[in-house]
Design a protein around this ligand. Structure first.
Ligand code: FAD
Length: 309
């Protein structure tokens, strides 16, 4: 098997943990060629070459590939797809945009959110907000997959794979980049954080998130939110955990004032230890929690933060 894996690169910076997890998944199938695309990817490629399981890193630099726009990136991937049995990417927002287009151009199906690789043609993926696991067998000539990185441990970093630069053909300009509006947050990135502290609708405002941020700061944790908190404008979109947000599987997930709707659980129930703080002892979140604290989050969260000091 010959695998082409799209490295997760944003503004020339490699997301090492996410890419190393995707490599761990892809290397179950065979030799992994890691593709680094962007306007300037030399540093990202050098870092990517250290990931165990990577047999070669290929780089493609072009302004058309700078902003992870689906049309040029998919077109480029298809231009080099010959000879690869599998084209894989981590199931990030960018790859969820790019890989379906790759699959359509190759006239094959995309198999999204893979959580287990059974064999070269058989994969497991969650459906119904994670309430059932579907096993998919594909007879397509080229398998196009996105993998949920939270389901795979990251590959080690002891490698020194060769790096090869390739030329980019003329790429489509169906859409052009205008601007990125990025919410800059301190602390670890939500998708790969080892600890996540999330709050739900009762947090009441963006300012009130300060108590959650204070606890997260003590634990070196990322801050998350339920969709109800995001929809109410209390938290930015990219904090949302769940079926329509990010899927996380940290060592510790602390849910503050989150009811435990299935759509939220779909994004965090793979966490190793779950702590729920909720004033309703019958809240569904307690069914998945390892530890439950019944009470008001506005009292418990600051107290926890103080105890940790
Ligand atoms: P609520 O349902 O309002 O629950 C608040 C909880 O906090 C309650 O359990 C209450 O007892 C408790 N509480 C109240 N005050 C306090 C206090 N002072 N201290 C402690 N506890 C308190 N949701 C997501 O989160 N992520 C998703 O990705 C997502 N995707 C969705 C996709 C679809 C198609 C649909 C239909 C829904 C989706 N939802 C998602 C929404 C989901 O169904 C719930 O509506 C949402 O998760 C509820 O958020 P919440 O628990 O913060 O709010």
């Amino acid at each position: 098997m010959s695998i082409l894996l799209l490295a997760e690169i944003t503004d020339s910076t490699l997301s090492l943990d996410i890419t190393a997890r995707a490599v761990a998944a892809a290397s179950k199938l065979g030799d992994v060629t890691l593709l680094c695309v962007g306007s300037s990817v030399a540093d990202a490629a050098a870092e990517a070459a250290t990931i165990d399981g990577v047999s070669k890193v290929i780089t493609a630099e072009s302004d058309a590939l700078a902003y992870r726009i689906a049309e040029p990136t998919a077109s480029f991937i298809v231009s080099i797809a010959d000879g690869y049995s599998h084209i894989i990417a981590p199931a990030t927002n960018d790859a969820k945009n790019i890989l379906p287009r790759v699959a359509a151009l190759l006239d094959v199906m995309v198999i999204s959110d893979v959580i287990e690789i059974e064999s070269e043609d058989t994969f497991q993926r969650p459906i119904y907000a994670g309430n059932a696991i579907q096993t998919v067998q594909s007879s397509d000539a080229t398998k196009v997959l996105t993998v949920r990185t939270a389901s795979f441990e990251p590959a080690q970093l002891t490698n020194s794979a060769p790096i090869e630069a390739i030329n980019t053909p003329t790429l489509p300009t169906l859409s052009t980049w205008v601007e990125d509006k990025v919410e800059v947050t301190k602390g670890p990135e939500l998708s790969s954080a080892k600890i996540v502290v999330s709050a739900g609708r009762p947090i009441g405002s963006l300012d009130n998130f300060d108590i959650v941020k204070a606890l997260a700061g003590k634990l070196d944790a990322a801050v998350g939110a339920s969709r109800a908190a995001v929809d109410a404008g209390f938290a930015p979109n990219d904090w949302q955990v769940g079926q329509t947000g990010k899927v996380v599987a940290p060592n510790l997930y602390i849910a503050c004032g989150i009811s435990g709707a299935i759509q939220h659980l779909a994004g965090m129930k793979g966490s190793k230890v779950i702590v729920a703080i909720n004033k309703d002892p019958d809240a569904p979140i307690f069914k998945v929690a390892d530890y439950g604290l019944v009470g008001d989050l506005f009292e418990i969260v600051p107290e926890l933060t103080e105890q940790l000091s």
